[in-house]
Write a protein that binds this ligand. Sequence first.
Ligand code: AMP
Length: 282
Amino acid sequence: MRIIETIAEMTEFVRQVKGEGKSIALVPTMGSLHEGHLTLMRQAGKACDVVVASIFVNPTQFGPNEDFDKYPRDLANDSKAAASAGVQVIFHPQIREMYPEGYASFIEVEGITQKLCGLSRPGHFRGVATVVNKLLHIVQPDKAFFGQKDAQQVMVLKRMVADFNMSVILEVVPIVREADGLALSSRNAFLSAEERQAALSLSRSLEVAKALVASGEEDVAKIQSLVAAEIETEKLTEIEYVQMYSYPLLQDISKITGPALLALAVRIGKTRLIDNVILEVK
Ligand code: AMP
């Protein structure tokens, strides 16, 4: 497996691969790879001839008081893990390579970014859309793989790809969880044993919502409040949002009449975790 650090070298690699008539899959990540990332990489390998995974902790998607500096970084372990998941190339640029002096262009996806994480993390999706747009231009993949864990991110990127008439196909992979339900996240590494226990309330609360909907409950306010109550059974949790919208349009709803996204953001100590489920009425 190769590690490429410059855009020039990446461009040359892409030219060669395309010249051989091979397809390329891109898996964008911020590293500190776990089974969720590796699942994306394996799926990518089934879909395309060559898998490129990017590892780049993108500064433009972090707010000034967020965890950019302490975000976990471990290229040595990531390289081994990615190779074992069938990745041929890791694209690992330095910040200056992606944002050289004088850099001034950003992608702003409107509307859908004005809710959920877009409200609590101003500028986050501007940074995500910008870096993914750049990666798609550099790697020119046939397909790019993203996790449903970041449900709003997927919707923002789908909007961008459609609006800019990009030919890449975005593939979405279901949330990978630990056996006890905790959604895998690089940020789980920040949790103490006690906090990790409290974090289980997120997936438990999604199960509460699923059971309510399965038993015929349609009232969105009631479901949201019972979900919040489940999370609050753990005293270390601080809810940022518990929110349901129609899916995939993310419109406000008071009753579930079709597919709905239930999304959560919860702080546990200093760590911010997200989780979600798509609820379907039978
Ligand atoms: P990140 O490194 O956190 O930016 O994540 C890189 C990609 O992996 C994103 O598309 C995430 O949605 C995806 N991802 C992260 N955690 C999971 C998970 N538990 N299950 C599925 N995909 C995930």
